[in-house]
Design a protein. Structure first.
Ligand SMILES: [Zn+2]
Length: 369
């Protein structure tokens, strides 16, 4: 039904609606920024990765015809083409198996749990890493989420390597050991395994999961309710409600920058100094991001870059006071798998130091619900 509505809208006057999901059935790169406003005004369309040279736009079927009729210079974005080129990334099933193998070796330190299922019935696997992993006590809770956009694959690979790194170096590396002893670390390598399997941005129903969360600034979508949202989004929402995460990050691809809240409103973030400090520290610890020629110091405010409605980052802060940053980890969303080692080496220090920050962020400034 949503598709039908969107299609009618695209072919008629492009009337604005706040009810349709952001669908990702067609993808284009639009050259130049002069038509940005034309695309950002429609809820059915997702604009992403705006730069001086242009931006990505995703939408329901009919988007290409609209672009052609509007005489706008654009190129088709085809992430699936990567699937037929060169070496492949592991399937969701192979990834789950690899994580399972790592976890099974360290039953006191690691636990693998499903927080829900994707549209195609794939489990959303979370790994918890902590000393006495089943204790579920008052040690601070931290989380990483990657691959909510299925074609942004590098983050998923970094999470798998991080899991193996934390476990295999426990008892050998004093710093990592202390971190695992004192922290409840939760890692969800792939929030969108169906999208990952197809190298597509949206889930199996083409829903853009990072436009699918409640948004306090959006009339009609400002309640923290599950109704009408993708299964994957619902799984995250239910999981978050059962935990006390204090700090988190989510991993994307298509740029190399730390994107900091808010995404949905231009207002200064209440803990702007703290969140900017976290961003600067990450970018410093991941030198290729800090050295960005596009973003000064490798950080940006999300809204200043481009507005996002229904994003996970602002949602986690607004409803749970869980501080979250977005790590755009690789300019290419789906680079050759041989580059993953490079990205892990470049991010390792930042990945670990950021987890440790859950112990030093100033909790007295955060009003918890
Ligand atoms: Zn993304």
């Amino acid at each position: 039904m949503i598709k039908g509505i969107a299609l009618v809208l695209l072919f008629s006057a492009f009337a604005f609606t706040t009810n349709a999901a952001s669908l990702t059935q067609e993808s284009y790169y639009i050259y130049g920024k002069q038509n940005l406003r034309l695309f950002t005004q429609y809820k059915e369309l997702t604009v992403d990765h705006v730069s001086a040279s242009g931006f990505e736009v995703y939408g329901p079927k009919g988007l290409g015809q609209f672009i052609t009729r509007s005489n706008i210079r654009a190129a088709v974005l085809d992430s699936k083409a990567a699937l037929t080129r060169g070496p492949k990334y592991p399937t969701p099933e192979e990834t789950a198996q690899r994580i399972q193998t790592a976890v099974a070796k360290y039953p006191q330190l690691a636990q693998m749990m499903s927080i829900g299922k994707s549209v195609k019935g794939r489990d959303l696997w979370v790994v918890k890493i902590s000393k006495n992993v089943r204790a579920n006590d008052n040690r601070p809770e931290f989380k990483y989420i990657a691959n909510m956009h299925g074609d942004e694959i590098v983050g998923r690979e970094l999470m798998v390597l991080l899991i193996e790194d934390l476990l295999s170096n426990y008892g050998k590396d004093a710093y990592l050991t202390k971190l695992v002893d004192t922290t409840q670390i939760y890692i969800l390598p792939s929030m969108n395994p169906d999208g990952a399997a197809l190298a597509q941005r949206g889930n199996a129903n083409f829903v853009d999961l990072n436009r699918d969360f409640p948004d306090f600034s959006e009339k009609g979508n400002d309640k923290n309710t599950l109704d009408g949202r993708a299964l994957e989004t619902q799984a995250i929402m239910k999981w978050q409600a059962t935990r006390k995460f204090q700090l988190s990050a989510n991993y994307h691809g298509g740029a190399e920058v730390l994107s900091l809240p808010f995404d949905t409103i231009p207002d200064k973030f209440p803990l702007a100094d703290l969140i900017n400090g976290l961003g600067v520290e990450y970018a410093t610890n991941a030198p290729y991001i800090g050295a960005s020629k596009v973003f000064k110091g490798g950080i940006t405010n999300g809204y200043a870059w481009y507005e996002i409605n229904g994003g996970m980052q602002d949602w986690s802060w607004n409803w749970y006071k869980d501080l979250q940053i977005t790590v755009e980890v690789s300019n290419q969303k789906y680079p050759d798998p041989s580059t993953v080692t490079y990205y892990y080496q470049q991010n390792r220090k930042a990945l670990i130091a950021y987890i440790a920050r859950v112990h030093t962020i100033n909790q007295s400034r955060i009003v918890r619900r």
